[in-house]
Design a protein around this ligand. Structure first.
Ligand SMILES: Nc1ncnc2c1ncn2[C@@H]1O[C@H](COP(=O)(O)OP(=O)(O)OP(=O)(O)O)[C@@H](O)[C@H]1O
Ligand SMILES: [Mg+2]
Length: 561
C-alpha cells in the first residue's frame, strides 16, 4: 500500500479520489459517496466544513462559504473571504485535497501522500503552479499534473492502439470544455481546447429556479428570490428535478411550507417536462456546439476523422446533450463509464502506471444492444408504423431506469400495444422482438386530445428488463418482465487486454466467489494471474493460448457461458 499513488479530480463543483487496486481503477468514498462537493466553509462555531456540509449552508450563509474556487486558481491577488479571515485559492483548494487524501488513507488503511491531480487543458502556467502549491499545502507530493481530457481518454483505454484522435466534451457543474486529443503509443497531445469557463449544470439549475420563482410569483404574488432560506430549498429542488429529467419525461417539484404569507403557509408545487427544460437550455447548449466547431477547426481535424467522441462531466447525462453532439459530429459518443467519474479513474490509471503497477480493465456491465419500442412515426420522409424508438441506448451502464412518453394515434384510441425490441436498426421489425404488453382502457383526454402513455424500462443487474406502461392521466400502470440474461455484457475499457480477453477475465473473476474453497479454485486463480502477463508483452500467441484456456475453464464451470 505504501507505494500507492492517488488519482485526484479536483473539480470546480465536485472532487473525487480514485486508486487502482488489483489492476482495477475505482473511486473511493469521501463524505459518504464518490463525489465531494468542492465547497469549503466555516460553521457558526467557527469550525471548518468541507464538502456536503459546506455546500448545504451555501445559500443560507454565503459569507461563510466558498465554492468554485478552481476559477480563482492562479490569481495572485485573489483572497476568498471566509467569516473574519480570508484565504488564497491554493489554501482553499488544499483543504479539499487534504480531505480527499485523508478519506483515501482511511479507506486504504495506509497513509498515502503521493497523487496525480488533473487540471483543465487550458490551465496557464500560473494555474498549474497554484495547483502544485495546493497539493504541497495539503501535504501531498504531486507526482504529475494530468490534463482532464487526457485522463478521460486514458480510462477509455485509447492509449492502447495506434494513433487515435479523440474529441472529449466535458460539461460539468460550472465549466465547459472541449478538447481534441491525439494519443499515440502512450504519448498524448492536446491539439486544441475551447470552452466556456462559466457554463455548466449550475446555469441549468438557475434557469429552473427562475421558472419556478416566476410561477410562484404569479400564483401567490410572493417573490421567492428575496428569501434566502426558501431559495436554498428551491435551488436544491431544481437540481433534483433536472437530474430526474435525464431519465424521465416529467419531474414533479414539491416543497411544502416554503414561505408563509399572512400567517398562512405556502407550498411550491410544479411540474416540469423534459421538453420545456430542453427549450430553456437550448441556447446554452448551442454555445457548446459552437465551441466544438471551433476546437475542430483549430486542431485542423475533420469531424469524420475522429476515432472516438467521449462525453464526460455530470451534465452530459442530459439526453439532449448527447443528441446534439451525435448530430453535430455524426458520431455515436461513448458514455459507458460514469461521466462524473471518468476523469478521476483516468488519473488513477496514470498514477498506477507511474507507480509501476499493472492496470487492467475498467469493467462495467452494460446493455450491449439498444432497447426500445415500435411506434408510428416518420422515416425517410414517409409515415411508417415500424419505427424503432430506443428507450435505453446501447452501452448504457446497468442498472438503469428510463421512461419516455408516447401518444395514441387517435384521440378515441383506448388501447396501445407496447412492443419491445432490441437492436440498432431504425426499423423496429428488423430488430429482435422481446415481448409485448397490451395496455387497455386508457383514460380519455378531457380536451379531446391524444391520450398519453409513459413507457418505463427498468433494467436490473440480473439482466431482467421490467417494462411498465403508465396512463399519464390516471397513473394506472401495468407491467411485464422480460428475462434477458443474454442481454448483459461487460464493456472493457482501459485494459491492456483486447476487449474479448478482458471480458473473459471479468467472467473468470465473477466465478471466484462461487468456486471459493473448491478444488478448482487454484486453477481459476492461476488463470486470473496469468491474464496480467499475457496483457503485458508475451505476444499474440500467449494471448491466444490464454483465451483458449480461459474459455475452456468457463465452459466447464459456468452454466451461463
Ligand atoms: N443525471 C444528471 N442529469 C443532469 N445533470 C446532472 C446529472 N448528474 C449530475 N448532474 C450535474 O452535473 C454537474 C456536476 O458535474 P461534475 O461533477 O462533472 O462537475 P465538475 O467536474 O466538478 O465541474 P467542472 O467540470 O465544472 O470542474 C452538476 O451540475 C450536477 O447537477
Ligand atoms: Mg470536471
Amino acid at each position: 500500500m505504501a507505494d500507492v499513488i492517488l488519482g485526484i479530480d479536483l473539480g470546480t463543483t465536485n472532487s473525487l479520489v480514485a486508486v487502482v487496486e488489483a489492476g482495477r481503477p475505482r473511486v473511493l468514498t469521501v463524505d459518504g459517496g464518490p463525489l465531494l462537493p468542492s465547497v469549503v466553509g466555516i460553521d457558526e462555531q467557527g469550525q471548518r466544513l468541507v464538502g456536503h456540509a459546506a455546500r448545504n449552508q451555501y445559500v443560507a450563509a454565503p459569507e461563510r462559504t466558498v465554492r468554485s474556487i478552481k476559477r480563482q486558481m492562479g490569481k495572485s491577488d485573489y483572497r476568498a473571504p471566509l467569516g473574519e479571515a480570508s484565504y488564497t485559492p491554493e489554501e482553499i483548494s488544499s483543504w479539499i485535497l487534504r480531505r480527499l487524501a485523508e478519506a483515501a488513507s482511511a479507506e486504504l488503511g495506509a497513509d498515502v501522500r503521493r497523487a496525480v491531480i488533473t487540471i483543465p487543458a487550458y490551465f496557464s502556467d500560473r494555474q498549474r503552479q497554484a495547483t502544485l502549491r495546493a497539493g504541497e499545502l495539503a501535504g501531498l507530493e504531486v507526482v504529475r499534473l494530468l490534463h482532464e481530457p487526457t485522463a478521460a481518454a486514458l480510462v477509455y483505454g485509447l492509449q492502447r492502439s495506434d494513433a487515435e484522435t479523440t474529441l472529449v466534451y466535458d460539461l460539468g457543474g460550472g465549466t465547459f470544455d472541449v478538447s481534441v486529443v491525439e494519443l499515440d503509443q502512450g504519448i498524448t497531445e492536446v491539439r486544441a481546447s475551447h470552452g466556456n469557463r462559466e457554463l455548466g449544470g449550475d446555469d441549468f439549475d438557475a434557469l429552473i429556479v427562475e421558472y419556478l420563482a416566476q410561477q410562484f410569483e404569479r400564483q401567490h404574488h410572493v417573490d421567492l428570490r428575496t428569501d434566502r432560506l426558501a431559495m436554498s430549498r428551491v435551488v436544491r429542488a431544481a437540481e433534483a428535478a433536472k437530474i430526474r429529467l435525464s431519465d424521465h419525461p416529467y419531474a414533479e417539484i414539491r416543497e411544502e411550507f416554503l414561505v408563509t404569507q399572512g400567517g398562512k403557509p405556502l407550498h411550491l408545487e410544479a411540474e416540469l417536462s423534459r421538453e420545456r427544460f430542453e427549450e430553456m437550455i437550448e441556447p446554452l447548449l448551442a454555445g457548446t456546439v459552437e465551441s466544438v466547431r471551433r476546437a475542430l477547426k483549430e486542431s485542423g481535424v475533420d469531424a469524420r476523422a475522429l476515432d472516438e467522441v467521449l462525453l464526460v462531466g455530470g451534465s452530459t447525462r442530459i439526453p439532449r446533450v448527447r443528441e446534439l453532439i451525435a448530430e453535430e459530429l455524426r458520431h455515436d459518443p461513448r458514455q459507458d463509464l460514469d461521466p462524473d467519474e471518468a476523469v478521476a479513474l483516468g488519473a488513477a490509471v496514470q498514477a498506477a502506471v507511474i507507480a509501476g503497477h499493472g492496470v487492467d480493465a475498467v469493467l462495467v456491465d452494460v446493455c450491449p444492444h439498444s432497447l426500445g419500442i415500435r411506434t408510428l412515426g416518420i422515416r425517410a420522409g414517409d409515415e411508417s408504423d415500424d419505427v424503432f424508438v430506443p428507450i435505453i441506448r446501447r452501452n448504457t451502464a446497468i442498472p438503469v431506469s428510463r421512461s419516455e412518453r408516447f401518444y395514441t394515434v387517435h384521440p378515441d384510441q383506448d388501447t396501445v400495444a407496447v412492443k419491445v425490441y432490441q437492436g440498432e436498426e431504425p426499423t423496429a421489425t428488423r430488430n429482435t422482438h422481446l415481448g409485448e404488453l397490451m395496455f387497455r382502457d386508457l383514460a380519455e383526454d378531457p380536451d379531446g386530445g391524444l391520450r398519453e402513455v409513459l413507457v418505463a424500462f427498468d433494467y436490473d443487474i440480473n439482466g431482467i428488463l421490467h417494462v411498465a406502461a403508465v396512463d399519464r392521466r390516471t397513473g394506472r400502470r401495468e407491467e411485464m418482465h422480460l428475462h434477458t440474461a443474454a442481454l448483459t455484457e461487460v464493456a472493457a475499457s482501459g485494459s491492456s487486454l483486447p476487449p474479448e480477453a478482458a471480458a473473459l477475465l471479468a467472467k473468470l473473476r465473477a466465478l471466484q466467489p462461487r468456486l471459493a474453497g473448491s478444488p478448482d479454485a487454484a486453477g481459476l486463480d492461476q488463470l486470473i494471474a496469468q491474464a496480467e502477463t499475457v496483457g503485458g508483452g508475451s505476444g499474440a500467441e500467449g494471448l491466444a493460448a490464454w483465451q483458449e484456456a480461459a474459455g475452456g475453464f468457463l465452459f466447464e464451470h459456468s452454466p451461463e457461458y
